[in-house]
Design a protein. Structure first.
Length: 155
């Protein structure tokens, strides 16, 4: 399960609308536990691929190092990545799979149809290594801040 609050969810979808017809990409910071990946903050990244930014994405290694440092400063981990598929379904491509190396991370894809964010899906990269890694469909739970505080109040 990928747990994300409504504001972050809307923000990553809006990012895809802003960069349309190009892909957007970014990183999900938070914590992982037995219950899944919990997103606490999203970080927008620049799409460094200028050759064909509409169907491939990449986060520059230096930028990723910077984001990792930022996460550590906040006491958070990188729990996933997101990008958009302009006018393509919210399903991973062979390139997405080849470029996914973070086992245990969530890979979130938003389809952007004619400039509007449509379906958002999450895929968990499972396995133990590059040899046996695979993408699993991962349900997304969108958390509304108010409900969380109510639940806490009852506990
Ligand atoms: Zn993709």
């Amino acid at each position: 399960m990928l747990h994300i609050d409504y504001a972050n969810y809307e923000s990553l979808r809006a990012h895809g609308e802003e960069t349309y017809p190009h892909e957007c990409c970014g990183v999900l910071l938070g914590k992982s536990n037995a219950d899944g990946n919990h997103v606490q903050q999203i970080v927008r990244a620049g799409n460094t691929r200028t050759d064909s930014a509409h169907n491939r994405y990449n986060i520059a290694p230096q930028e990723l190092v910077k984001i990792q440092r930022q996460a550590r400063g906040l006491g958070l981990d990188i729990v996933g990545f997101y990008h958009s598929h302009p006018d393509h379904p919210a399903q991973w491509s062979p390139t997405d799979f080849a470029e996914a190396h973070w086992i245990g991370c969530s890979y979130v894809i938003t389809a952007v149809e004619e400039g509007k964010a449509a379906i958002t899906n999450s895929f968990l990269l499972s396995g133990t290594s590059e040899e046996d890694k695979k993408f699993e469909d991962q349900p997304i739970e969108i958390e509304v801040a108010e409900q969380v505080s109510q639940q806490k109040g009852q506990a």
